[in-house]
Design a protein around this ligand. Structure first.
Ligand SMILES: NC(=O)c1ccc[n+]([C@@H]2O[C@H](COP(=O)([O-])OP(=O)(O)OC[C@H]3O[C@@H](n4cnc5c(N)ncnc54)[C@H](O)[C@@H]3O)[C@@H](O)[C@H]2O)c1
Length: 284
């Protein structure tokens, strides 16, 4: 996609971090914006930011873990602008913790936020885009955690690998029907955002903290680790441009951290050799 002027971008998780940065790049390209977030205050601040710049923008408060709310998000975009040309499935959370400790409600939450949100949105938006029969693009935000694995965050890795696979397989299906819709999956390493403050975005129905896990060492040390890796990650400034360059170049995998390329190659090589995860080698 290279022609952005007056096209409509629908961006989830736009109140902060990557979503907000991608929205800024879309605004620079004179797109109309539908900004979506579960966080009312951050969403309002983002909408005001773009209104002050004279951008045609609509804010939709929405919990993307709920299919019915995603339906409302899509219908608001269509009612306001009549089309959706660029869908950015960005909203997500990063929940650490070992599989034998992490409460099932946290699994339901992260699968909803990182995977099902993308399914709900594509299920509704793809038929609209097919009907439009114009140049469109769908960007699913996964992570390099969807291309490699590490210790301490099985739920995050599982949902991000699923997001990569969902995007790849859907791309085949769109090619099979000669669709004009192009797809990309964004797979960055750590970047300085608010991702470690994931508890801020815990939906009401996953709020039961009676499980002893929430007062355990694992819970607090997982949060500390998440805070460390995010706050020491790459500065966010270049992210929006990296994404939009990838969209313009019709790059399927958009990667930002060359450091991880060796690890991606190493994982594939070791898979083919039948070698399993080795914590000592990972830490080395
Ligand atoms: N920051 C990183 O290092 C990094 C690296 C790789 C991938 N990612 C991915 O990038 C995406 C964006 O994360 P970020 O780093 O910008 O974090 P962030 O926390 O700064 O932004 C995420 C936004 O999503 C919103 N959100 C969370 N749950 C939601 C829900 N249920 N419904 C609607 N909105 C919701 C939050 O309110 C927030 O505004 C995520 O999918 C994340 O997994 C981040």
């Amino acid at each position: 996609m290279r022609d952005f002027k007056d096209k409509v971008a629908l961006i989830t998780g736009a109140g902060n971090g990557f979503g907000f940065e991608i929205a800024k790049e879309c605004a620079d390209r004179e797109m109309k914006l539908v900004l979506v977030d579960i966080d009312k205050e951050d969403l309002q601040a983002a909408v005001s930011f773009f209104e002050k710049k004279g951008v045609d923008v609509t804010g939709v408060e929405c919990d993307v873990t709920l299919d019915l709310e995603v339906e409302k998000m899509v219908s608001t975009a269509i009612e306001n602008y009549g089309s959706i040309d660029f869908l950015v499935n960005n909203a997500g959370v990063a929940i650490p913790g070992p599989v034998w400790k992490l409460p099932v409600q946290d699994w339901d939450w992260i699968v909803g936020a990182n995977l099902m949100s993308q399914v709900y949105a594509m299920k509704r938006v793809i038929p609209i885009m097919i009907k439009q029969d114009s140049e469109c693009h769908i960007l699913n935000v996964a992570s390099v955690a969807g291309l490699i694995t590490s210790n301490g965050m099985p739920a995050y890795h599982a949902t991000k690998h699923a997001s990569v696979a969902l995007t790849e397989s859907t791309s085949y299906d769109l090619q099979a029907i000669n669709s004009k819709i192009k797809m990309s999956v964004f797979c960055p390493g750590f970047v300085q955002t608010d991702l470690h403050n994931y508890e801020r975005h815990r939906p009401e129905r996953f709020m039961d903290k009676s499980d002893p896990y929430y007062s355990s060492y694992e819970y607090f040390s997982g949060q500390k680790r998440a805070e460390f890796v995010i706050t020491t990650g790459m500065p966010i400034e270049s992210i929006g441009l990296s994404v939009m360059n990838g969209i313009e170049e019709e790059q399927f995998y958009i990667l930002t951290h060359p450091l991880y390329n060796t690890l991606i190659g190493k994982r594939v090589k070791e898979m083919l050799e039948g070698k399993g995860p080795d914590l000592v080698a990972l830490r080395g």
